[in-house]
Design a protein around this ligand. Sequence first.
Ligand SMILES: [Fe+2]
Length: 206
Amino acid sequence: MKAENRLHFGVPIVEVQLDEVCERAADIAQLLLEIRAQQTGIQRSNQRGWHSQDDLFNHPAEPIKWLSEVIFQVAGKLIRHADHMPDNTELLLSSMWANINDAGAWNAPHVHLPCEWSGVLYIDVADIAPVSESGIHDGDILFLDPVPVGAPYRPATTVAYTPKVGTMYVFPSYLMHMVAPHFSDKPRISVAFNFRVAANIQRFAR
Ligand SMILES: [Fe+2]
């Protein structure tokens, strides 16, 4: 597994491409569309888009169980590495949900506090992002500098990524991000997740 750790703004944003997800992506996408047809979504940062319940890991379908395990194992490894944690550090997959954005849908800027680490895995996106003169493509995920002063003190305040099917990003939950709208007939489908550091939760007395 070859992961890239891009330190935009001095904040780790880890990117990895998962071929095993690409192989099963069509089946998973179909299943998530069926779940959308059966379940009422919830309102978070989604604007016009559908956000599933945030315990998708409890869904009994085998492809979802498999995806949950991939996220738990792969993102856990990336988080421990990026955060310089010992290999046996206990991490908890505290929430996992699907996002289905039809044409025009987008996600407003938000963070995932009080979780420690978050991420997203792309299940269905357009093969070729529409040309953009601004450097931001339809459906891009944008990360915003937590100290947004920009030049001449820091890099540009926003960085945009254009994912492919099977791309996973992992980043600290405090990092503000948003999703640009897209205008394709095909919905864009991703699965997002939050992790907690077990020791931070187990510290509570009651
Ligand atoms: Fe998010």
